[in-house]
Design a protein around this ligand. Sequence first.
Ligand code: B4P
Length: 192
Amino acid sequence: MFNLILFGPPGSGKGTQSEKIMAQYGLKHLSTGDLLRSEIANQTALGLEAKQFMDKGELVPDAVVIGMISSSIDSNESVKGFLFDGFPRTPAQAEALDNLLELKKAPISVMLALDVSEEELVKRLMKRGETSGRSDDTNEVVIRARISEYLNKTAAVADYYQQFDKVKMIKGEGSIDEIYQNLCLEIDKILN
Ligand code: B4P
């Protein structure tokens, strides 16, 4: 199994690049943002709880997200590998993921971390807010709150994987195709 984490702040291109990577390498895409938005759309208890945090730009509690990822992993037994997008977002989530993958004897192969400046992130998310219908993209205060959640709680996840020498930094500014080519170069180095 080949398990990959695509990492970076909100708006860094994780969702955008994940679509291309999963198509190319046949990985199962697990995006906690997408899973949470689907729970909200279906008005489940989990979705109603998550919405309160997401509308403020805050992270959803670890226990909620870890439970959701655990069942997604269990219900996808025979995949070539997972592409984790937007997860893990705290060191506690990273440890929980390692424990879940340990049971499958299929650890994380690499974390590809997209590097984008804060002003570019805000610009991209405000632009997406014009068409996405996502309430967390339309308000600059909420967007900046998401970025500070990233700096305060999520950035440390890169340190967690750095201790196992699994982090590759990728420049996340430039054209979508250019960034994609750089991501593929790193993936191919590991696969070959
Ligand atoms: P996510 O759904 O993960 O949303 P995101 O980080 O905002 O999006 P992403 O980074 O994938 O967007 P992309 O760059 O592709 O999370 C939403 C919320 O859910 C969080 O705030 C949190 O509340 C909650 N949540 C999710 N996971 C959680 C977890 N594990 N724990 C706790 N809470 C969790 O795209 C951004 C825009 O940039 C797009 O419009 C795209 O077209 C554009 N773009 C992409 N690449 C570009 C490029 N190279 N140049 C110009 N524009 C580009």
